[in-house]
Design a protein around this ligand. Structure first.
Ligand SMILES: [Zn+2]
Length: 89
């Protein structure tokens, strides 16, 4: 039995100023999906209220030491919780 944990990513928000999707795993790990397609970016608009699975783990860049439990976002990432079209930057 391998103890290696396979992350199961869920898109839960977006980082607007770097145009990346934010994904998290149940274990608390957080990652970025950089350079999403327009379709992926559009879908992620609803992620804060409707999180959904992310099926391309190879595109996830894990943010070391960053967990959703701490609710800390890295400096400069300016994570914006978009609640509707009016909140788009
Ligand atoms: Zn995990």
């Amino acid at each position: 039995m391998s103890q290696e944990h396979q992350h199961e990513w869920i898109v839960f928000s977006t980082a607007v100023n770097i145009v990346s999707l934010l994904v998290r795993c149940e274990c608390g790990a957080v990652g970025l999906v950089k350079a999403p397609t327009a379709k992926e970016w559009g879908r992620a608009f609803h992620a804060p209220s409707h999180p959904y699975p992310w099926k391309e783990p190879q595109r996830v860049e894990i943010l070391e030491g960053w967990t959703t439990e701490k609710r800390i976002y890295p400096k400069g990432y300016n994570v914006v919780r978009r609640t509707g079209p009016d909140s788009l930057i």
